[in-house]
Design a protein around this ligand. Structure first.
Ligand code: CDP
Ligand code: MG
Length: 140
């Protein structure tokens, strides 16, 4: 296993309910280190650009507007096998399918408002980190 970095987003449903700290604790308890973090408000255009891969899916418009509906906290998580580990800590996309103890099982409100985003592969992690952070902001 190699040390990896992955992009995490704490979504507006979670920041609104004051869950930033509770979610960050889940990452840290799993051995993931938060090496960069900022709280920002996305425009619908920026949210749409981030989720461009889903632009032809029926839920795209709703997803874009939801991601721009309130502040998000974007983070870079680092650790052994960080991409897969973060996906494990997040749980399944639909909270109904998420395992006990995962973020989505405990906190998600629906398949759309599911509290967190996490990169799904090495290449997307690289692109998604660069979407939000400059090299200078990755302090380790
Ligand atoms: O976030 P994840 O990688 O688990 O799932 P995805 O398939 O990449 O979908 C991205 C996001 O779109 C999800 O996290 C949901 O917020 C949203 N989504 C939705 O609203 N309805 C669906 N049927 C599937 C995904
Ligand atoms: Mg995804």
């Amino acid at each position: 296993m190699a040390v990896e970095r992955t992009l995490s987003i704490i979504k507006p449903d979670a920041t609104k309910r004051n869950l930033t700290g509770a979610i960050a604790k889940k990452f840290e308890d799993a051995g993931l280190r938060i090496v960069a973090a900022k709280r920002i408000q996305l425009t619908p255009e920026q949210a749409g650009k981030f989720y461009e891969v889903h632009k032809d899916r029926p839920f795209f418009g709703e997803l874009r507007d939801f991601m721009a509906s309130g502040p998000v906290v974007v983070q870079v998580l680092e650790g052994e096998n960080a991409i897969a580990k973060n996906r494990e800590v997040m749980g399944a996309t639909n909270p109904k399918d998420a395992a006990e103890g995962t973020i989505r099982k405990e906190f998600a409100q629906s398949v759309g408002e599911n509290s967190v985003h996490g990169s799904d592969a090495a290449e997307t992690a690289k692109e998604e980190i660069a979407f939000f952070f400059s090299g200078l902001e990755l302090v380790g």
